[in-house]
Design a protein around this ligand. Structure first.
Ligand SMILES: NC(=O)c1ccc[n+]([C@@H]2O[C@H](COP(=O)([O-])OP(=O)(O)OC[C@H]3O[C@@H](n4cnc5c(N)ncnc54)[C@H](OP(=O)(O)O)[C@@H]3O)[C@@H](O)[C@H]2O)c1
Length: 270
């Protein structure tokens, strides 16, 4: 029913790079007609050109939703084009990191319904997690519409308010990069202990992917799953003694890393 409104009134996608394309692929697969989609992008991919969507054409007068997926640096140039759609019934959803709701209200008008969303890169394979929060103009049906559109690329969670966005960015937005570095360093450590590089990398990737999938699927929490594979005096216990050190292990490192990212987010948001 929600999608029906989008199919009738139209959906506009501003910027269709990696994130925009991942979402669009999900919506089309979920049954949104290509004829209901308008995309604005200066350098459309061949994939985009072949979809039968409205590409860089004149926009409908009051689309149900405008999804903003340009880089924050391009915002100043791209957003003013959409100002005529502000202050009305069109819902604006932005996945751009760092750009605040107040900024959209300034450019589009104070009565514009706006939802700010923070996805992460596993969205590219439908396994992202996106946190959302809306301004006071965004109605409950609009928030739940944003929720169902964004669930095309993974899980969606609602925040209590925009003040949580910088920390969310530091945990799940930037988080995939931390995990990629964990894979790199786990593989390098295996190599240092004598494994061939390819084998060490295959082991590290599959271990992180498998442990992540198990952590999500299992009824036990991650702490219990850890205890389950740690026999007293065994090999895992020896490694965890290093990793769980309060001052030099994961607790201190991740606390400092997440704080650095959240601080940087607050700085950029100013
Ligand atoms: N990728 C992620 O995992 C992720 C996670 C969280 C948030 N985000 C946010 O999502 C947004 C998009 O990221 P992305 O990785 O998809 O970037 P991207 O691949 O660079 O996509 C941005 C797209 O917007 C186009 N564009 C540039 N200027 C434009 C304009 N004036 N009007 C319309 N379109 C324009 C770009 O075209 P050109 O290539 O020709 O410049 C490009 O196709 C960013 O704001 C980012 O902060 C991304």
């Amino acid at each position: 029913m929600e999608f029906q409104d989008v199919a009738t009134r139209g959906l506009v996608l501003l910027g269709c790079g990696k994130m925009g394309s991942a979402m669009l692929a999900g919506w089309l697969a979920g049954g949104l007609p290509a004829g209901s989609v308008w995309v604005l992008d200066p350098n459309p991919s061949d994939w985009l050109k072949g979809l039968g969507i409205h590409l860089n054409e004149e926009l409908p007068e009051a689309p149900a939703i405008v999804l903003i997926a340009v880089k924050p640096q391009m915002m100043a140039e791209a957003l003013p084009r959409l100002a005529p759609l502000g202050n009305g019934k069109t819902l604006f959803v932005s996945v751009a990191a760092g750009t605040t709701i107040a900024h959209y209200e300034r450019v589009l008008g104070a009565r514009t319904p706006v939802i700010r969303a923070m996805p992460n890169t596993p969205a590219a394979i439908g396994k992202g997690i996106t946190a959302i929060c809306g301004n006071a103009n965004a109605s409950e049906p609009q928030i739940s519409l944003a929720e169902s559109l964004l669930s095309a690329v993974g899980q969606v969670v609602r925040l209590e308010g925009e003040h949580q966005m910088d920390v969310v960015t530091a945990v799940s937005g930037s988080g995939p990069a931390y995990v990629f570095h964990l894979i790199e360093t786990l593989a390098a450590a295996g190599e240092a202990e004598g494994l061939p590089a390819d084998l060490a990398m295959q082991l590290a990737k599959a271990t992180v992917a498998g442990a992540g999938a198990l952590a999500e699927a299992a009824p036990e929490d991650p702490a219990q799953l850890r205890v389950n594979v740690t026999s007293p005096g065994g090999t895992t216990a020896a490694a965890l003694k290093v990793l769980m050190d309060e001052n030099t292990g994961f607790p201190a490192l991740l606390k400092a890393a997440v704080k650095a990212a959240a601080d940087r987010g607050r700085e950029l948001g100013k």
